[in-house]
Design a protein around this ligand. Sequence first.
Ligand SMILES: Cc1cc2nc3c(=O)[nH]c(=O)nc-3n(C[C@H](O)[C@H](O)[C@H](O)COP(=O)(O)OP(=O)(O)OC[C@H]3O[C@@H](n4cnc5c(N)ncnc54)[C@H](O)[C@@H]3O)c2cc1C
Length: 385
Amino acid sequence: MPPATAAPFDIAIAGAGIFGLSIARRAIQQGLRTVVLEAEHIGAGASGGLLGALMPHMPARWNPKKEFQFQALLSLEDHVRQLEADTGLSCGYTRCGRILPLTTQDKLDHHLERAEESKTRWRPEETGFSYVVEPAGRRSDWLDAAAAPYGIVYETLAARASPRLYLSALAAFVRREGTLLEGAKVVGYEESSGRVSLDGQTDLFARNLVLSGGFAAFDLIDLFVGERIGRGEKGQALLLDGKGLENKPAIYCDGLYVVPHGNGTVAVGSTADREFNDALPSPARTAELIARAQSFCPSLDGRDILTEWAGIRPRCNRRDPVAGKLPGSERVYAATGGYKISFGIAHLIADCLICEMTDQKPRHPLPQTFQPDHHFGENLLKRDR
Ligand SMILES: Cc1cc2nc3c(=O)[nH]c(=O)nc-3n(C[C@H](O)[C@H](O)[C@H](O)COP(=O)(O)OP(=O)(O)OC[C@H]3O[C@@H](n4cnc5c(N)ncnc54)[C@H](O)[C@@H]3O)c2cc1C
């Protein structure tokens, strides 16, 4: 058995979703010898979806998590443009903006406060992004005026990307500059030797291992730490024919996103089911999504359904994503649990993780609630200290 110092890879990453591939890109940029091990194929998990909403948290009750996500959304455009330049592949990214309907006087009052707070939090003069309340009837060629009797919020920070194109661009970069193996399921890791065990295949060696297998990463984390810190939650979305709607802003109404994409499609999603038997789209959920979206967006009436899709999101029990070295371990890291916001934050999560691994200062510090200490039980952490 070769010693860990003779390991051919500096870092092995289990899972080629948006987290795993973003970490791989950052690791490669750092000069680390990187291998991504994907159990099935690129986009087999939740990242192979359709919606691609890159939406900010509300500018109210500000905290480190909101600041982290704000910084991530501010820097994502440059990050995507650089990836596109590196690979020659589009990620379908556009700063599309977002409309939120105001349905009661309470909501109007509340969002007027948020609009005021956004001046401090979003710093419009410096960043150029605004969050404003507009009177009833505005933008009613897109969001039905009847759905917004007290006006709307229109904010310009929200963006969208094509999840599949973004993933393909990252995968192309990793294939060219590192190693990406599909059909390679990680089933174990021996820290002392750096041996990565693969299901039915020859083991390989890596100095560090990152568990980024989406909801399945919680099984591996449990294997290493003896505690299950998250679960999967099923979601469903669909794509409609959206010709002529490409330049419309996203709408968030009644818990649902309508997100026009640049290729003449409109994504609608998502549902959320804690209990599920499979990851397949259900006709009942499709009918529900269409009916709800058409109720506030009449331009979607009569549009053909192009694709139905369902996936399983990784969700940590303590809500926020987890990123960092596992308790009791020197070389095993986890990055999962992005739930509904993974695409907007993955590049900054990747920066934090690789900086932790290489003992550098990240571009933006990881919020305390994203760190492993926050996610594991008190007794376990005491034992490991
Ligand atoms: C319907 C729906 C709509 C969504 N909409 C949005 C949205 O608009 N914006 C947004 O930001 N997020 C959205 N999300 C959430 C987002 O898709 C997920 O949070 C994100 O894709 C999770 O990425 P991940 O890399 O952590 O995991 P995944 O994308 O699930 O990737 C994990 C990968 O690891 C592989 N794997 C698992 N176990 C192993 C193993 N042992 N060895 C090797 N490989 C392994 C899997 O095959 C998979 O390919 C949505 C999710 C759903 C379901």
